[in-house]
Design a protein around this ligand. Structure first.
Ligand code: CTP
Length: 422
């Protein structure tokens, strides 16, 4: 997790989503960071500077002619550890891409040497306009991370790509960039923007837990929160991949932007949905982060099981579910596959030993082995473990955010995919 106490600048563009910048600011202040908000003049028509100043405790102005003695148009950007612009309008994208310096936000961006995250929000037609896309490409080439917008309801009655991603997600992505920066500094290598190395790839991620029905109201389930899989889907999409997330039961606060989400219920439903996609689409990789139930009730009652009646069960008979990962490894040999091993260890084996055995059994290309328990990993914001490769490599993944772990897995997946034709 990124260390607290960083200087974060939140730029606010002049779009209807400007009010959501307040929630982004709250996420950063809650995590212990100091925030300076910089609206554009248009943003000041949407949101009061008093709100931004009250939330941050810092002056918030679009003008370069306030705070002259502090030379704020230079000092704020040079002291920043991270700049986030949410929402970034089409006009702002074009001004930043042109290197403009005609207000406090653009001068600050020119001074900043830290990671910069731009979260665009505009009408779908504007987002898809080739001039806007050219500006996005230019900005990415120049080291800015430009988030994929969310798909959904726009300002008017229509919907499409162009919605501002959820404030929670913008904050998560921003804090992941800070963490990447810290890891790069620790390794004395220069930090880069979010890479676009998965562009042109189609990746399916499974996440969450399956539910195996006993009757119309009861099921056998598990503790998976869906967070690690959602982090993988979000980061893969931001790295340029086309991503489908097959999502079982979860407690995610938001669905990742730029990702096509299909809900799934039981292991058999997940198996069927996944293989139907694999049979009809040119999928490059499947990441099996879902917690798939190994067993399902042998029979599912059509009506609710009632105590004190002839339907009251004295025990539950179970039938083994198919091993989905092992099945797709055999049936789709050209597919690159990533598995997860959720292990508690036992009196005779360490977590890593059990992970190695599982890797040999599953036959996937990469296996992320993580330790699970009553209070570790499941539902927690961090993860740790080992990433095992077919070449025998065992990479230790120290405890970091689930987005950080997702980035390490995608680094290795990207290297594997690069050896194949897109
Ligand atoms: N998995 C799967 N189908 C199943 C069970 C698990 O595809 N029926 C996948 C999971 O998504 C994960 C990997 O296999 O990527 C390992 O899951 P895990 O629950 O750790 O292992 P199991 O196969 O259930 O093995 P064990 O019972 O020995 O823990």
């Amino acid at each position: 997790m990124a260390q607290a106490g960083k200087n974060i600048v939140v730029g606010v563009g002049g779009g209807i989503a400007a009010y959501k910048a307040c929630m982004v600011i709250r996420e950063f202040t809650k995590a212990g960071h100091t925030v300076t908000a910089i609206p554009t003049a248009a943003a000041e028509s949407f949101i009061g500077t008093a709100t931004l100043e009250a939330l941050t405790g810092q002056p918030a102005t679009s003008s370069v002619f306030t705070g002259i003695p502090q030379v704020r148009h230079v000092s704020v950007g040079s002291a920043a550890d991270l700049v986030v612009v949410a929402p970034t309008t089409a006009d702002l994208l074009s001004r930043i891409a042109a290197g403009a310096a005609n207000d406090m936000l653009t001068t600050t961006l020119l001074m900043a040497t830290c990671p910069v995250l731009l979260a665009p929000a505009m009408h779908t037609q504007m987002w898809e306009n080739s001039l806007v896309q050219r500006n996005v490409a230019t900005l990415r080439e120049h080291g800015y991370t430009v988030m994929e917008p969310a798909v959904g309801r726009l300002t008017g009655p229509d919907s499409g790509a162009g919605r501002l991603p959820e404030p929670h997600e913008i904050a998560d992505m921003a804090l992941a960039l800070l963490e990447e920066q810290e890891l790069a500094t620790a390794r004395s290598v220069p930090a880069t923007a979010m890479p676009r190395d998965l562009t042109g790839r189609y990746i399916i991620v499974t996440a969450g837990g399956t539910r195996e029905a006993l009757d119309p109201v009861r099921y056998l389930g598990n503790n998976s929160s869906g967070q690690q899989g959602a982090a993988l889907a979000a980061c893969a999409a931001q790295r340029g991949a086309h991503v489908t997330l097959l999502l079982g039961a979860h407690d995610l606060p938001y669905l990742p932007a730029g990702v096509h989400v299909e809900p799934v219920t039981s292991a058999l439903h997940l198996h069927h949905t996944l293989t139907a996609l694999l049979d009809t689409h040119p999928v490059d990789a499947v990441i099996m982060a879902a917690a798939v139930a190994d067993f399902r009730p042998t029979s599912t009652a059509d009506t609710k099981l009632k105590k004190g009646t002839s339907s009251e069960p004295s025990s539950i008979a179970l039938t083994r579910n198919p091993d989905i990962l092992a099945d797709i490894v055999t049936r789709y040999p050209h597919l690159t596959t990533v598995g997860f091993a959720a292990e508690t260890g036992d009196s005779d084996h360490t977590v890593l030993q059990l992970g190695r055995e599982k890797f040999a059994r599953k036959g996937c290309h990469l296996l992320m082995v993580n330790e699970v328990g009553f209070d570790t990993t499941f539902g927690q914001p961090t993860n740790a473990g080992w990433l095992l490769g077919r070449d025998g490599a065992e990479t230790r993944i120290p405890r970091m955010s689930k987005r950080g772990v997702a980035m390490r897995i995608l680094d290795q997946l990207s290297t594997l995919l690069a050896t194949q034709e897109p």
